[in-house]
Design a protein around this ligand. Sequence first.
Ligand code: HEM
Length: 230
Amino acid sequence: MRPAAAQARAQREMRALRAVVFALALVPLARLFALGALDALTANPVEFVQRSTGTWALAMLCITLAVTPLRRILGWNRLARLRRMLGLFAFFYACLHLLAYAWLDQWFDWSAIVADVLERPFITVGMTAFLLLVPLAATSTNAMMRRLGRRWQELHRLVYAIAVLAVLHYWWHKAGKHDFAAPLAWALVVAGLLALRLTWHWARPPGSPPRRQGSLAPSPALPRSPPERE
Ligand code: HEM
């Protein structure tokens, strides 16, 4: 096949893959609407919505973090081009989770919300994770990537800290009930992803240049054009 035809085909495949991933990422939201319409959001719908959106925010964070390891293991570089969308879905579900809390749980009683954030450590940690996600979402465009250069990568490494805080938030939430099974499973997932990343970073031969994207070291030079996202 001629290079131009092969490129056009690759672009078509990428568009199709993006559309499929986009539709799949909306399934948890569609499910909530469907259950709501069927009046089947359990006996405590507010808790159900909060838990579901929180769980999906965490799942999307982990899926985003899994892109680079999967890409390296499977050698499928196109996966890197889904990373921004998946990261923005993590932010989207975190926004819905916060909205469910502020609206359905607290009825926008701002003084109660501030008191909750200050007094309940598990809410403090959740809010910290959310606030750290905001600059990542705000700088997710190609223009911001070009503008920030190597600082973009440094800023976006915060995603690991956010995942750790999210697990801590979950852990603390369940600590009162002594029910650690689910948070422990998520903690293992996040620890595994972090361990893989650190192992690859430390396994680099001494003196080799840092990888431009996705390494734990800053890139050596400002990229002229937006680098392939991971
Ligand atoms: C990146 C940000 C966040 C993530 C990933 C996250 C994730 C989670 C997860 C996984 C749960 C447990 C779900 C379950 O029990 O099955 C949860 C529960 C909860 N989260 Fe978050 N959270 C985040 C931010 C926040 C924020 C900002 C708030 C409020 C200010 C908040 C308030 C709550 C509350 C109240 C619950 C308990 C819901 C209930 O059991 O009724 N979270 N969150």
